[in-house]
Design a protein around this ligand. Structure first.
Ligand code: SAH
Length: 339
């Protein structure tokens, strides 16, 4: 069996190099090339040809082939990548004033089945390897430069927890991309045991929680995960996480017309988050035809925002980026595979 070198943490890469009778600095060279976004040993020009051949007999690297690349009028770039086994994932580059942010996928498909989301329309195919997650960042970084990463694309990162941890370690390793975890966000629909495990690690990353409803009745309707870990369980894990890490939690709240966007929901949300180190991001839902949920009107968004703000909740309304290129949440992959 060949070894996937991009999915090893640095210590394991060192062990691989040693087992193959190579000097330690080879691990450093390989690690650096992977972080620079190369997909084959042949591109590692400071490694001799015979050694590159030996490496490719024993090991491999993930390959991301750009199937489509769409550029939005607002500058958002969306990649549809094909993986070595023919599966597709999406990666999105967003331009903000403070720099480029890349949104990566963590799984091929998803099994969480949120009612408004396109990513789980075909279920979960497989988890991405740590190397495939890193390769998305490295590829976009190579082309545009990237200053922050959000794990908010296709998939549920906490449902791919072990690989996520290796990815985060490699992403922040000073010998590679050296990205500070302060510039990384990981978004979850609320897998409570993993939130608790992550809290113990006291990482500096931003935990983003897709809440989307302040009460179990509404949340059960749109997020099946809530039947396993309800709002009370989730919020107490979030409070614990914020206390342990001293990091503010970011709550995502997608506003869906007539489902979760009434003043009553806003009041309940303010009450739920009272006194917590938290920030709320409001975003009108992106319409997905198979799902049939419509975005709230600008007036409802405004009044939802005003209520939260008047109750002392830190809140922003997120701009919708790249809507002209199907940039939202699994829409492009789904569309491509349905065509
Ligand atoms: N599984 C993780 C991360 C991927 S989804 C999570 O649930 O957080 C990234 C974000 O996009 C989540 O907040 C998700 O609820 C939201 N989302 C999914 N489909 C959407 C849609 N159609 N419109 C707006 N937001 C959506």
């Amino acid at each position: 069996m060949k070894t996937d070198l991009a999915s090893l943490d640095y210590g394991s890469l060192q062990a691989f190099v040693k087992e193959n009778g190579l000097p330690e600095y080879r691990a450093q060279q390989i690690f650096r090339w992977i972080s620079r976004g190369v997909f084959s040993f042949d591109e590692m020009t400071d490694i001799s040809k015979p050694l590159r051949e030996t490496l490719s007999e024993k090991a491999y690297l993930p390959v991301l082939t750009t199937e489509k690349k769409l550029i939005s009028s607002d500058g958002t770039v969306k990649y549809l990548f094909t993986l070595s086994d023919g599966e597709h994932i999406e990666t999105v580059l967003m331009n903000y004033e403070h720099g480029n942010s890349v949104c990566i996928s963590s799984q091929v498909g998803c099994r969480m089945n949120c009612a408004f989301c396109a990513s789980s329309l075909r279920g979960l195919k497989r988890c991405l390897t740590a190397g495939e997650m890193l390769a998305q960042v490295a590829a976009v970084n190579k082309e545009y430069g990237v200053s922050s990463v959000v794990v908010m694309g296709i998939g549920e990162p906490m449902d791919n927890y072990e690989n996520l941890l290796v990815f985060l370690e490699n992403l922040s390793d000073p010998r590679g991309l050296a990205m500070s975890l302060r510039h990384v966000s990981v978004s979850t629909c609320g897998i409570v045991p993993k939130i608790n495990e992550l809290a113990k690690k006291k990482m500096q990353l931003t935990l983003s929680v897709s809440l989307h409803a302040p009460d179990d009745e509404t949340r059960n309707r749109i997020m099946p995960v809530n039947r396993k870990w309800n709002i009370e369980t989730l919020i107490s894990a979030c409070r614990h996480y914020a206390e342990e890490t001293k990091r503010r939690i970011s709550f995502e709240y997608t506003l869906i017309k007539d489902v979760n966007d009434t003043p009553k929901h806003a009041e309940a949300l303010a009450k739920l988050l009272h006194g917590m180190l938290a920030h709320v991001n409001l975003i009108p839902v992106n319409y997905v035809s198979e799902r049939g949920f419509y975005p709230s009107s600008p007036e409802s968004v405004r009044s939802f925002y005003d209520i939260l703000q008047s109750r002392g909740v830190t809140v922003t309304v997120r701009r919708t980026l790249g809507s002209d290129i199907n940039a939202a949440c699994g829409q492009l992959r789904h569309k491509t595979e349905s065509d």
